[in-house]
Ligand binder design. Structure first.
Ligand code: SF4
Length: 491
């Protein structure tokens, strides 16, 4: 069978893993990369998005390929985009559409109602997808394929809960087609070593997925070190990449594995990398291990610094734990990026000032600020609903993937919060006393409202730092499609 995969705006490791599983089952796979210009985390403009859309190029390539199936990974932000693309591709090629991914896993019964999605997969798809295709091809009902939803006689049918893939080594990512479609992306290597997390923070996808876990096998799973190192070595031969982004939720949680992995990485790869870490797993030994292996920076999810916010997020660590972790990491020569969530239930502008003071005190190298997003079926969404912070209508939007950026932006998060955010992003440059003074004189009254332009300027500024994963890859993408060979493809 011929299967067409669609990626939007950036690399999707999940689709690359599925590509491997499809090829192992004897299928042919083709990738279309939708650059999604002016409709991404870097810049968003409805006018430019329309002008530089890839609609014609995508349809042309899809019709030439004539797929039997089209495959999407659905994140909540991408549902509207995927519905539009699925409709166009189904009409142009007659292919059946299969969707999976975090949003589909959370609300498969709703996603299966969309007329242009024929089949929905929950959870890990490496084993489900080939089985699903086989049953459709043999005119068998997919009833026996675990973790699938579909329509039959106007009814939504859901099968037994999915199970998690235990042996990740069988399915290393198939990156070849992504690099052909996105040659601008070859110098940074995106890597996934493990799957799952030992925590269940209330706002996170792990919160939903953990609740669906059938308790068979492990939730937090690791690839063998040999498999990861050989993947990295092979791609180093091909691309000569200069930076590795390790996207694992919590790789260092298993200390023994982390030691063995980074020892091997240091010996055989030793290319600068960035990694997400949890502050409760940082000590001098781990910081030294990361540093010696070539780590240039770590990103830590702080989210909230007030007691109420931290409890709402389900975070167990204290301010002291984070401060200690940041000190240890900085003493080991690593750059530290802290992530914060703005717009949590009950948050006030004073809480954002507390974040500014926290940042001014412990001095990370960068702060990243995210609007609180409510995702389907997470505990945080349920809390907000129970507390009346989101309505039935809002909940419907969240479950349908048509939610706005934030439900507090217009209703609850007042201008004060929005303005103090502007201070938060630069707070690490200032002494604590200065931030306290700003708070005293209520500087937010005079500050510009935080917006994506401000964030973009800060990100662009980061581009001139030696390594900046986000800014560098976005800028390269735009250069390729607006000034390079990608222009021809868009036409
Ligand atoms: S530690 Fe990070 S990845 Fe793990 S559940 Fe919390 S937010 Fe999610």
């Amino acid at each position: 069978m011929k299967i067409l995969m669609i990626m939007k705006g950036h690399e999707y490791l999940a689709l690359e893993i599925l590509s491997t599983s499809l090829k192992l089952a004897g299928h042919h796979v083709e990738l279309i990369f939708d650059p999604s210009l002016f409709d991404d985390a870097f810049i968003s403009s409805a006018f430019l998005m329309k002008k530089f859309n890839a609609d014609r190029a995508i349809i042309r390539k899809a019709v030439n390929y004539a797929p039997d199936y089209v495959l999407f990974t659905l994140y909540s932000n991408d549902v509207t985009w995927a519905q539009k693309r699925a409709k166009e591709l189904k009409q142009a090629t007659g292919a059946k559409v299969i969707v999976g991914g975090p949003h589909a896993t959370a609300v498969p019964e709703l996603v299966a109602e969309y007329p242009y999605f024929d089949y929905v997969m929950m959870g890990d798809g490496e084993e489900t997808l080939p089985q699903l295709i086989e049953s459709i091809n043999n005119n068998r009902s997919p009833k026996t394929v675990r973790g699938t939803y579909y329509r039959e006689d106007g009814k939504i049918i859901g099968t037994e809960n999915h199970h998690l893939t235990q042996n990740l080594d069988i399915f290393p990512p198939d990156k070849e087609q992504f690099y052909c479609a996105a040659p601008w992306a070859t110098k940074e290597y995106n890597l996934l070593v493990s799957r799952g997390c030992g925590y269940k923070c209330t706002y996170c996808y792990n919160n939903t997925k953990y609740a669906l876990w059938d308790r068979q096998g492990q939730y937090l799973r690791y690839r063998s070190i040999d498999s990861v190192i050989s993947e990295l070595s092979a791609m180093q031969e091909r691309n000569k990449y200069t930076l590795v982004n390790i996207w694992d939720d919590n790789l260092i949680m298993n200390r023994n594995y982390a030691h063995d992995f980074f020892d091997e990485y240091k010996k055989k790869i030793h290319i600068p990398f960035k990694i997400f870490v949890h502050p409760l797993h940082i000590d001098n030994g781990i910081a030294q291990l990361l540093s010696e292996a070539g780590c240039w920076g770590v990103e830590i999810g702080v989210q909230a610094v007030d007691e109420c916010g931290r409890r709402l997020c389900g975070r167990k660590e204290s301010d002291g734990d984070i401060k200690r972790a940041v000190e240890i990491l900085k003493n080991s020569g690593l750059k530290v990026i802290l992530d914060f969530m703005v717009g949590l239930p009950f948050q006030t502008y004073r809480d954002i000032y507390s974040m500014c003071e926290f940042v001014a005190k412990i001095k990370p190298d960068q702060s990243r600020i995210f609007l609180t997003r409510y995702f389907p079926k997470t505990e945080l969404t349920q809390i907000a609903y129970n507390e009346g912070l989101i309505s039935d209508y809002d909940l419907n939007e969240i479950n349908n993937g048509t939610s706005r950026d934030s439900y507090i932006y217009n209703k609850k998060l007042n201008k004060q919060i929005d303005r103090v955010r502007s201070l938060l992003i630069v707070a690490h440059y200032f002494p604590l006393e200065f931030i306290k003074f700003m708070k005293k004189i209520r500087i937010e009254i005079w500050l510009p409202r935080f917006n994506s332009f401000f964030q973009m300027v800060m990100t662009a500024r980061g581009f001139f730092q030696p390594y900046n994963d986000i800014a560098r890859s976005f800028l390269k993408k735009y250069r390729y499609y607006l000034l390079g060979d990608g222009r021809k493809w868009l036409k």
